[in-house]
Design a protein around this ligand. Structure first.
Ligand code: FES
Ligand code: FES
Length: 168
């Protein structure tokens, strides 16, 4: 017997969404199957690897651990929300330029963790970057290129801010 569905309303990447889904369905599966947002990846399915990370109400969450019921009324950002018009976010550009992404399984989660970090702390030290990304595992890069990518993105945001200030 299939489990009963409930109505969930939330905002995903700036768009209001209304869905009928089983309340205990994982947010990860709702994003991928019901909303066709397939950026988040499943690594462990147990809250250990961070590859399914999304931002929910300004917090980083492992979407594999969140029953969609808990997302009722929430504001969610997925990796697709970093480039809504196809223009890559500075973090995505930096990961590309510096080899921060290799196989790519960890990358969406890393990008969301880095987005969360820079939203709270636009100029993190290397120690703060390590700490901010500590919940996200990568088997390919050895982490250094990822950390360097975050530094580069923070610096490029600073340059853009300075250029904008000079242009005024
Ligand atoms: S897949 Fe969610 S934390 Fe690993
Ligand atoms: S790039 Fe492969 S797991 Fe991180």
């Amino acid at each position: 017997m299939s489990s009963p569905s409930t109505t969930i309303r939330f905002t995903v990447n700036g768009e209001q969404r209304l869905l009928r889904v089983p309340p205990m369905k994982r947010l990860f599966d709702v994003l991928r199957e019901d909303l066709h947002l397939r950026g988040a990846k499943e690594g462990c399915g147990e809250g250990e690897c961070g590859s399914c990370s999304v931002r929910m109400n300004g917090e980083l969450v492992n979407s594999c651990l969140v029953p969609v019921l808990q997302a009722e009324g929430a504001t969610i950002q997925t990796v697709e929300g970093l480039a809504p018009n196809g223009e890559l976010h500075p973090l995505q550009k930096a990961f590309l330029a510096r080899g921060g992404a290799q196989c790519g399984i960890c990358t969406p989660g890393m990008l969301m963790a880095a987005t969360q970090l820079l939203a709270r702390n636009p100029h993190p030290s290397m120690a703060e970057i390590r700490e901010g990304l500590a919940g996200n595992l990568c088997r390919c890069t050895g982490f250094v290129r990822i950390f360097e990518s975050v530094v580069a993105a923070a610096n490029s945001s600073e340059e853009h801010a300075q250029q904008a200030a000079h242009a005024r």
